[in-house]
Design a protein around this ligand. Structure first.
Ligand code: NAD
Length: 499
């Protein structure tokens, strides 16, 4: 059985704890590898070494650091097929989808190639007699990235790129379900010229995460995962005086107005609801058609599209639409939630519960499911299902639809499909959600903007990647400088304006 270790000081090292987590093949239900779970001692060693390496890395000029990102980007491109296969093998998503996972991470690295422009400070000359003020951005030091299973390449890249190009060292703690991609990315970074120790990949579970949150050398924590863990990590990191940004779960609604192109809306819902088996934090999990006529016409269009979807292992080729979910526990939870929806009175229009695949009977497959007549008090509405299940909540009016979205505790993404500019504009302006799509179902901002939700989808006040990430990974230092030529004034004990 393959044993997966850690990446410390530029090489793979075996774990010493004797504790391992199973890395599953979600399509067959078999254990395909074991990943070592680090001890606090191993973590401390990785952090101390990172702290040493960070000093030289921070002193490396920003353009040279950016060149490492350029070489890294080229290596990611050269290794695209290998990376996509690695992602698919542990996560279960299809190869085209896995390539998208790598690509959307690569785009953040591309922005980091221009990091020097983001790291420039501010300057005001002659702010008073002989006085200049300038503010510079300096790296935090050693920071940590803690990432989820659902984007094994993209989210580690969202963390690594801005943190390293800003001059920090990073301890990356990937999800123990998908550890291989992060280790390979670390190897590629070394080939790109990153000094050893600047990126350490430490595999582990709660023990290591808590160790990171309590370690005095760690200055900042970037987390992505489920809401309860995001909230916990934010609280513990902040109470230990660390900067933290923690992104959580979601329940993303798509409002479909009576004037929308319903064929386009149905296509968008199928892609956004069932792509990656619904295991995306920006998946649409609630369709909100406005008016009974719109709802009936939408459901009529959704059913044949959903029934046509092909579910299977990534190895079956490009005509598979989505693969298994990540674990047996996740599959059982999703099936339990579908049962609860039926028991609580929702209409199960497409039933994916009985789905089986010959030769893959032990795989974690769930067929696509569609609910109609869901109400906000039902468990299928209240919980993030994170599976291939789309719920339809019928709204009587635009205002009712908007209120539904706004009353939801999550605020990651939302979308509206309409032909009316005024309605779209009103929705975008008033809705209390961080990322909004207009006739666009998954509005993940491009890498030169920033990504982040509102309400219980994010804790902390800066977003991921783009300009916000460079603010998160740097501290501002402001210098007030005076030179005395031409100044006659003697000592003053007053706290006064610079004039
Ligand atoms: P998770 O919260 O279970 O795990 C995320 C990370 O936290 C992993 O590295 C894991 O090892 C660690 N962890 C798990 N339990 C912990 C505990 N008790 N204490 C300390 N650390 C712990 O999330 P997941 O199942 O890997 O990922 C799916 C979730 O992530 C979904 O809720 C999804 O919406 C969310 N997500 C959010 C975003 C976003 O940007 N908002 C992006 C992707 C995924």
């Amino acid at each position: 059985m393959q044993e997966i270790g850690h990446w410390i000081n530029g090489k793979i090292v075996k774990g010493t704890s004797g504790r391992f987590a199973d890395v599953m093949n979600p399509a067959t239900g078999e254990v395909q590898a074991k990943v070592a779970l680090a001890t606090l001692g191993e973590l401390d060693h990785a952090i101390q070494e990172a702290a040493k390496a960070q000093v030289g890395w921070a002193a490396t000029n920003p353009q040279r650091r950016a060149r490492v990102m350029m070489a890294f980007g080229a290596l990611i491109n050269q290794n695209m097929d290998k990376l996509a296969e690695m992602v698919a093998r542990e996560h279960g998503k299809t190869i085209p989808d896995a390539r998208g996972d790598v690509q959307r991470g690569l785009e953040v690295i591309e922005v980091c190639m221009g990091a020097p422009a983001m790291l420039k400070g501010e300057m005001m000359d002659s702010a008073g007699p002989g006085i200049d003020l300038y503010a510079m951005r300096q790296p935090l030091g050693v920071v940590a990235g803690i990432t989820p299973f659902n984007f094994p390449a993209m989210i580690p890249l969202w963390k690594i790129g801005p943190a390293l190009s800003s001059g920090n060292a990073m301890i990356l703690k990937p999800s123990e379900r998908v550890p291989s991609t992060s280790l390979f990315l670390a190897e590629l970074l070394q080939q790109a010229g990153l000094p050893d120790g600047v990126l350490q990949v430490v595999n582990g579970d709660k023990e290591v995460v808590d160790g990171i949150l309590d370690h005095p050398v760690i200055q900042g924590v970037g987390f992505v995962g489920s809401t309860p863990i995001a909230q916990y990590i934010y609280g513990r990191a902040a109470s230990n005086g660390k900067r933290a940004q923690c992104f959580g779960g979601a329940k993303n609604h798509m409002v479909i107005m009576p004037d929308a192109d319903l064929d386009k809306a149905a296509d968008a819902l199928v892609g956004a609801g069932y792509g990656a088996a619904g295991e995306r934090c920006m998946a649409i999990s609630v369709a909100v058609p406005v008016g009974e006529k719109t709802a009936d016409a939408l459901i009529e269009r959704l059913i044949p599209r959903i029934e046509k979807l092909k579910v299977g292992p990534y190895t079956a080729g490009n005509d598979v639409d989505f693969g298994p979910v990540i674990t047996k526990a996740s599959k059982d939870r999703i099936l339990g939630l579908i049962n609860s929806g039926v028991e609580q009175g929702a209409k199960l229009v497409v039933d994916g519960r009985g789905f089986t695949l010959q030769g893959y009977e032990n795989g974690f497959f769930v067929g696509p499911s569609l609910f109609d007549h869901v109400t906000p008090d039902m468990e299928i509405y209240k919980q993030e299902i994170f599976g291939p299940v789309l719920s339809t909540v019928r709204a009587r009016s635009y205002d009712e639809a908007l209120k539904l979205v706004m009353d939801n505790e999550y605020g990651n993404g939302t979308a509206i499909f309409t032909a009316d500019g005024d309605t779209a504009r009103d929705f975008a302006s008033r809705v209390n959600v961080g990322m909004v799509g207009i006739n666009f179902p998954i509005p993940v901002p491009l890498s030169y903007f920033s990504f982040g939700g509102w309400k219980k989808s994010a804790f902390g006040d800066l977003n991921q990647y783009g300009p916000d990430a460079f603010r998160f990974y740097t501290k501002t230092k402001t210098v007030t400088a005076r030179w005395f030529s031409g100044i006659k004034e003697g000592a003053s004990l007053n706290f006064k304006a610079l004039d």
